[in-house]
Design a protein around this ligand. Structure first.
Ligand SMILES: [Zn+2]
Length: 457
């Protein structure tokens, strides 16, 4: 008999740590708030966005939507009023600005560009009305502007029951955990992916296609027994986190067949363009050392799970200049310097190309220490952003940015799970007459030309 409590304690010690985060309890509370907000004659939907909609102020901005909870949980799982219009004004303005970055990446037609640009002007002015507690009404001219932008990005104006990609705001830790928990109650197949220890301090989570939740707070690093406690995030970091997450939402919708490194480079460049810096950890994981306990992304992109800020030579002041200085410092004829971030010492050099069709994680890194993986992840993050920015600076024969030319063609390729290799490589050869990551000749290859620009000090 006396053995039972001991056995129970032993069993408890074996439970995965994720079980201490109350995804289910908080999720049920959020769904209860949803049910209270839902009109009585409407049945609860099995589709996540439709299910969550009644709880949220839905701010439709064309290519993206901002969802703001009308009621949100506190750390005791009690409900309080959600954020005011004024508190989300900057987010709404950022979502409009983000779409402006994308206009030349989806169309070259001058009339279409002009119409969408004017429509974004209207929406931008509307976001300035987000001043007090109440959300401003979407007047007919606002709806017309939104539909113009939708027609550009989605080829049709969206009916009320259709959704553009959605960024949901979670003003508290409990609301963030609860929104994740609500998503896994609606779709239990997502439990293994989302009920993760890494979400204890993460500041963003991808709930379902076209839907992410962004947290305004983190949780104290050592408060493992108190996972709903809020820890403030600084405003600049919070803005970057919101924009970076939203940039991913829009890019995966518009160019789903782009390689992962291309999407990461774009998210970094767009965040830097809007916020003047990007110090985010893309997985939304706010710890000093990124965890490898997250489910792995495939191929070379999995390395980004090792991205960390701690002791990285690519952090603090370099993102506003798209990492030009540390990338140049890392370059040598023998390859790019990888640092072991745990020992803070150089360990190996990796030779470009790093972005080609068959490029993966260099074997020296894959078989190296965790510190070397972190070091390579930081280098790779900066390299992707640097390359995408460089493409944005280069012009084609008809004066288009090469980045726009390549994105616009990628945008013509719908998502196809049967195609493992991104069409980007063929597009580059066909439209620009240069390969990407296939040779070391700057005349023939875009990545080689980028590397040559690093070498030319
Ligand atoms: Zn990212």
């Amino acid at each position: 008999m006396a053995g039972i409590p001991l056995f129970a304690a032993w069993l408890f010690a074996l439970l995965p740590q994720g079980s201490t985060i109350p995804f289910d309890d908080a999720g049920k509370q959020v769904l209860e708030l949803v049910d209270r907000a839902r009109p009585k004659n409407v049945k609860p939907s099995n589709e996540l966005r439709q299910r969550l909609e009644p709880l949220h102020e839905r701010v439709r901005l064309g290519g993206l939507e901002l969802w703001v909870p009308k009621r949100a949980l506190n750390e005791k799982l009690a409900a309080k009023d959600g954020p005011s219009a004024k508190e989300v004004q900057a987010h709404a303005a950022h979502l409009v600005a983000l779409q402006r970055e994308w206009l030349p990446r989806v169309t070259r037609a001058k009339d279409e560009l002009a119409a969408a640009s004017s429509a974004l002007d209207v929406l931008e002015r509307w976001t300035r009305e987000f001043r007090g507690g109440r959300f401003p009404e979407a007047r007919p001219e606002i709806t017309a502007a939104r539909q113009t932008v939708e027609r550009l990005f989605f080829r049709r104006a969206l009916a009320d029951g259709a959704f553009a990609p959605i960024a949901i705001v979670a003003p508290t830790r409990a609301q963030f955990i609860g929104t994740i928990g609500a998503a896994t109650q609606v779709d239990p197949t997502q439990r293994p992916r989302l009920h993760q220890e890494a979400n204890r301090r993460a500041t963003a989570a991808h709930l379902a296609p076209g839907c992410s939740v962004v947290a305004w707070t983190s949780s104290p690093e050592h408060a493992t027994r108190d996972p709903l406690r809020d820890e403030a995030i600084d405003v600049a970091e919070s803005d970057q986190n919101f924009v970076h997450t939203s940039a991913h939402l829009l890019s995966i919708e518009l160019i789903p067949m782009a390689p992962g490194w291309w999407l990461e480079g774009l998210a970094l460049c767009d965040t830097i363009a809007l916020c003047r810096a990007d110090e985010t950890v893309c997985t939304g994981h706010a710890d000093m050392h990124a965890s490898s306990s997250l489910p792995g992304a495939p191929g070379a992109l999995g390395i980004l799970l090792w991205v960390t800020r701690h002791k990285s030579p690519f952090r603090d002041t370099f993102s506003p200049a798209y990492f030009a200085q540390p990338l140049r410092a890392a370059w040598a004829r023998e390859g790019l310097q990888v640092f072991d971030l745990d020992k803070v010492e150089p360990v190996s050099r990796v030779e470009p190309p790093l972005l080609g069709r068959s490029a993966g994680i260099p074997s020296g890194v894959a078989n190296g220490t965790d510190g070397a993986k972190r070091g390579f992840a930081e280098l790779y993050r900066a390299y992707c952003a640097g390359f995408v920015h460089w493409l944005d600076q280069q012009r084609s024969k008809d004066e288009q940015a090469l980045l726009d030319v390549l994105c616009a063609e990628l945008a013509r390729h719908p998502y196809d799970p049967q195609t493992a290799l991104s069409p980007l490589y063929d597009i580059s050869e066909r439209l620009l007459g240069r390969s990407l990551g296939a040779s070391n000749d700057p005349e023939l290859d875009l990545e080689a030309a980028f590397v040559a620009s690093l070498a030319a000090r």
